[in-house]
Design a protein around this ligand. Structure first.
Ligand code: G6P
Ligand code: MG
Length: 213
């Protein structure tokens, strides 16, 4: 049985995946690059620069490094504007209860979000104190689907990754969990998350007793 649960944030605990999506759409519209659902799904869970590279696959011209830095900063400014007024009511239904139930069952909890905005979001959502360990996204070199962020979470908890269960809403996140050797709980639809070991429609359906019985 697992000794800890590692949670993703955007799209799992908070309804912010749609805000990342909206911020990228705003940038896409500004620079005249098409952004379809398939590309947007591939951007899920991927860090800021990696997501920009996916967006720019369909750009009519190439961009230099300094321009890419500016585009990434512009997307982040859009996103920061969108999360500026979030509060505890913007947690997804059942999110706080899910994390609390894991703690009550005697397991540890960690947060493994690729977002550099995660610490600020945890504070705004009022759940910062529910995690034994929060990975610093700024110290992660390789984006999901690389396992680095989940290996860092396990290390931060003082556990092996085989002792951790991960919860993710992105295909890249499920792949990263498996690459780390963790059991992967997918939150979302089978068409996107067919590789998940367990698939749940939303975080409200997460029941830790199912994994420790
Ligand atoms: C999470 C989200 C991604 C986002 C990434 C980086 O993984 O799922 O959509 O691109 O964080 O977020 P940031 O806030 O650092 O730009
Ligand atoms: Mg996510």
């Amino acid at each position: 049985p697992p000794k800890a649960v590692v949670f993703d944030l955007d799209g799992v605990l908070a309804d912010t995946a749609v805000l990342h999506r909206a911020a990228w759409q705003q940038l896409a519209d500004e620079i005249g690059v098409p952004l379809d659902e398939a590309a947007a799904a591939r951007m899920k869970g991927v860090d800021r620069r990696g997501s920009l590279e996916i967006l720019l696959e369909r750009a009519p011209r190439s961009y230099g490094e300094a321009e890419k830095d500016a585009l990434a900063a512009r997307k982040n400014a859009h996103y920061v504007g969108l999360i500026g007024r979030l509060g505890p009511s913007d947690l997804l239904p059942g999110a706080r209860a899910a994390v609390e139930s894991v703690r009550r069952a005697g397991l540890k909890t960690a947060l493994a979000s690729a977002s550099r905005n995660a610490p600020q979001l945890l504070d705004r959502l009022g759940i910062a104190t529910l995690f034994d360990y929060v990975v610093d996204a700024g110290r992660i070199a390789r984006s999901k689907p690389d396992p680095e962020i989940f290996l860092a979470a396990a290390r931060g908890l003082g556990l092996s990754s085989q002792e951790c269960l991960g919860v993710e809403d992105a295909a890249a996140g499920i792949a990263a969990l498996h690459a780390a050797g963790m059991t992967a709980v997918g939150i979302g639809r089978a068409q996107e998350l067919d590789k998940a070991d367990v698939l749940l429609p939303d975080i409200a359906a997460f029941d830790i007793s199912r994994f420790i019985a």
